[in-house]
Design a protein around this ligand. Structure first.
Ligand SMILES: [Zn+2]
Length: 377
């Protein structure tokens, strides 16, 4: 029994020793674990704060970079050319003119709006056959007509700007002190009661009207200048094709002498005052230019009178002649300006650009030149 107890006691003491050792082991383990944990925690905090500082630093520096880049690009952008401008960019001039290119100012405008005049490396060019650019000058062709326009392109590096050259042959510079026009050969010339054609003037490019219907047999009046004849052929062909109209040429070119006898016969039959309203005095007839044609048609019984304006043919002519370079020269309501009664049958070739402007504006030839001259001043 004693032994058992002793054994039990020993066992009890041994048991107490064991439990203390285990406890100490456990405490040591906990201490290590805690230390490791704390160490890890410290390391983590350190690393996070380090990173975030680094992040902060790097984000700050990248922000600085952006700002710097922005400033740099802004300063380059501001100095960068956004466009070039040329002045004047519209230039009105006359046929045959020579224009010095130094008359035009070319400026570079940078992105901040600053202007700088350019003097070197500027190239002037044109695609127009009305202009020739050589040795710093533009020469306007002798073929250019009032209302024609041509473009000159100004190039500097990759930039370009345009100059519009407008042709306008003012009336004052095409008449002499005897009221005789100095440009009877020009398609845009103006003859009227105060502007005479030289009595000796005969166009040198008259052609017979071979390929269009004619109502008279007189070979003289069955002629026109080549350009007017070609245009009239196209006009008649279009009338036939679009509307099945049969248009006839009645009276085209008339010499000075023909007009002398025509006018004097009108005067003896109707008196001078009446004759002046429907017939031109010699030297004042558009028919002497070879650019005018009186037209008629079967529904007019091949005659000329104001009812042509009410016929389908006459209406079509009024709306379409300009497409072929013709104008109805003596319109209704403009008798005071033109000096002649309404003549819906009398067509005058002036070239397509001027014909279109006159058609669009509904002005007479006289008014067109006058308003342009007023506008120029
Ligand atoms: Zn006529």
């Amino acid at each position: 029994m004693e032994e058992n107890r002793a054994i039990i006691k020993t066992n009890k003491v041994a048991g107490e020793n064991m439990s203390r050792k285990r406890k100490q082991k456990k405490q040591r383990f906990l201490l290590i674990v805690t230390s490791v944990f704390i160490l890890l925690l410290v390391l983590m905090v350190k690393s996070i704060s380090g990173n975030s500082k680094q992040d902060l630093d790097s984000s700050q520096s990248s922000q600085d970079d952006i700002n710097e880049q922005k400033e740099q690009s802004q300063s380059t952008n501001n100095n960068e050319i956004s466009e070039i401008k040329v002045s004047p960019n519209i230039c009105t001039t006359n046929t045959g003119a020579v224009i010095n290119l130094n008359n035009f100012k070319v400026e570079a405008i940078n992105k901040s709006g600053k202007k700088e005049e350019l003097n070197n490396n500027i190239l002037f060019s044109t695609d127009s056959d009305l202009l020739e650019i050589v040795n710093n000058t533009i020469t306007v062709s002798d073929k250019a007509l009032t209302a024609d326009t041509a473009t000159v392109t100004v190039n500097y590096k990759e930039y370009n700007s345009d100059i519009t050259i407008k042709i306008f042959n003012d009336l004052a510079s095409t008449i002499d002190e005897n009221k005789v026009v100095t440009n009877p050969d020009s398609y845009d010339m103006v003859v009227n009661k105060s502007r005479n054609i030289p009595s000796s003037y005969i166009p040198d490019d008259l052609v017979p009207l071979d390929d269009i219907p004619k109502s008279l047999q007189n070979p003289e009046v069955n002629q026109l200048r080549k350009v007017a004849y070609d245009a009239l052929k196209e006009l008649f062909a279009a009338a036939k094709e679009e509307q099945s109209f049969d248009l006839y040429a009645r009276s085209g070119y008339r010499s000075y002498n023909t007009q002398v006898s025509l006018y004097s016969s009108y005067v003896s039959n109707h008196g001078q005052e009446a004759a002046d309203k429907f017939s031109a005095r010699p030297g004042q007839s558009e028919h002497q230019t070879g650019l005018a044609m009186d037209i008629t048609c079967p529904t007019m019984n091949y005659q000329l009178d104001t009812t042509f304006g009410d016929k389908e043919e006459g209406k079509w002519i009024a709306e379409n002649a300009h497409k072929f370079g013709f104008i109805v020269r003596y319109p209704k309501g403009k008798e005071e300006i033109t000096g002649y009664q309404y003549e819906p049958w009398h067509l005058r070739y002036v070239g397509p650009s001027l014909a279109e402007e006159i058609y669009k504006s509904q002005l007479t030839l006289e008014e067109y030149f006058e308003q342009f001259e007023q506008f120029e001043q």
